[in-house]
Write a protein that binds this ligand. Structure first.
Ligand SMILES: NC(=O)C1=CN([C@@H]2O[C@H](COP(=O)(O)OP(=O)(O)OC[C@H]3O[C@@H](n4cnc5c(N)ncnc54)[C@H](O)[C@@H]3O)[C@@H](O)[C@H]2O)[C@@H](O)CC1
Ligand SMILES: Nc1ncnc2c1ncn2[C@@H]1O[C@H](COP(=O)(O)OP(=O)(O)O)[C@@H](O)[C@H]1O
Length: 288
């Protein structure tokens, strides 16, 4: 695994004359009426990791919740499928918007539906930019793994053990017996970057590179921690980092931010939305 210093050093230099266009445009497709927080968390995390322009695309209740908390992202309203989830016909406006994006994050809080499946397939096939797929985006790919090879470039997948079990058809115990081998085989076979999340996290690339982060911290074991990781990694992708390095740097900085939150607020009381702010302190100490 990278050190925190090595991870921070991968961030693009902030020349004094820089403008927002120098730091990437990230398009986020996330959230549903029951999971408004997941969309806000990944958006906040992506902003704090430095992306120049972040657009959250979702249904109205998700945007309303995010707008109440976040001033910096722009918003794209998508059609609702009647159950508070993004409708499949959103693929067209999303692909249109993806043309000017430098990365696309999809899946956090999307919910499970046939619309989510169609949306995920459409974005995987059509998006011209690097893709990161999390949460229900992964569930939409399970059973249809050929879709991964249809992406224009190897996508980044961020499954937790339950999602990896759905993707592979293996049970969680089998994966936990050899997470490294399992992530490496999946990455190679399906031509993607796998971030297999657990108390220890493995990043595996299709070319055989492996990063292993052993930073156990029970304060991270709560809903929302993974949404923050997805936002961190997608922000780095949007800023032009090579996908496996973006994933590894995000895992390392996410872990270090978590350690800092535990020291500040305790492992019991720390919350995922505090991780992006703790990241600021880490970067500041490294002169960024
Ligand atoms: N505030 C919000 O709006 C939140 C929304 N969320 C969304 O909720 C939806 C459902 O996601 P969930 O992950 O809760 O549901 P899942 O059904 O995918 O996963 C939950 C189950 O997976 C297994 N599992 C997960 N991690 C494991 C590990 N490390 N070791 C062993 N077993 C493990 C466990 O059986 C667990 O009960 C997603 O769309 C997600 O993005 C969550 O991210 C939580 C926060
Ligand atoms: N005990 C732990 N030690 C270190 N990291 C953990 C621990 N438990 C969970 N995490 C991290 O927290 C995140 C949880 O992700 P995930 O299960 O997808 O959550 P969610 O989807 O609810 O946001 C992952 O990055 C995982 O590695």
């Amino acid at each position: 695994m990278l050190t925190v210093g090595e991870a921070a050093a991968l961030l693009p230099a902030r020349n004094p004359g820089a403008h927002k266009g120098n730091f990437g445009r990230l398009l986020i497709v996330a959230g549903s009426a029951g999971y408004t927080g997941a969309a806000a968390l990944c958006t906040l995390a992506a902003l704090r990791m430095g992306a120049g322009i972040v657009t959250l695309a979702s249904v109205l209740p998700v945007l309303a919740a995010a707008q109440a908390k976040l001033y910096e992202p722009t918003f794209l309203t998508l059609p609702d499928n009647g159950a508070g989830q993004i409708a499949a016909r959103a693929v067209e406006p999303l692909l249109e918007r993806a043309r000017s994006a430098s990365a696309l994050l999809m899946g956090c809080g999307l919910g499970l539906s046939s619309d989510g499946k169609a949306l995920t397939a459409g974005l995987l096939r059509g998006a011209p930019c690097p893709l990161l797929i999390d949460a229900d985006g992964l569930n939409a790919v399970a059973g249809r793994l050929w879709l991964l090879r249809e992406a224009k470039q190897p996508p980044v997948l961020t499954p937790h053990m339950g999602e990896m079990a759905r993707l592979t058809g293996l049970d969680v115990e089998t994966i936990q017996a050899d997470p490294r081998g399992c992530a490496a085989a999946f990455a190679r076979e399906h031509r993607c970057i796998v971030v297999l999340k657990d108390a220890d996290t493995v990043v595996a690339a299709p070319d055989g590179r492996i990063f292993l982060y052993e930073g156990r911290n029970a304060g991270m074991a709560r809903g929302g921690s993974g949404d923050v990781l997805a936002g961190f990694a997608a922000s780095l992708l949007a800023q032009g980092l090579e996908p496996a390095e973006a994933a590894a740097a995000a895992v390392r900085l996410h872990g270090a931010a978590g350690m800092r939150c535990a020291l500040r607020s305790s492992k019991v009381a720390m919350l995922p939305h505090e991780l992006p702010e703790a990241l600021g302190g880490l970067l500041l100490e490294r002169g960024l």
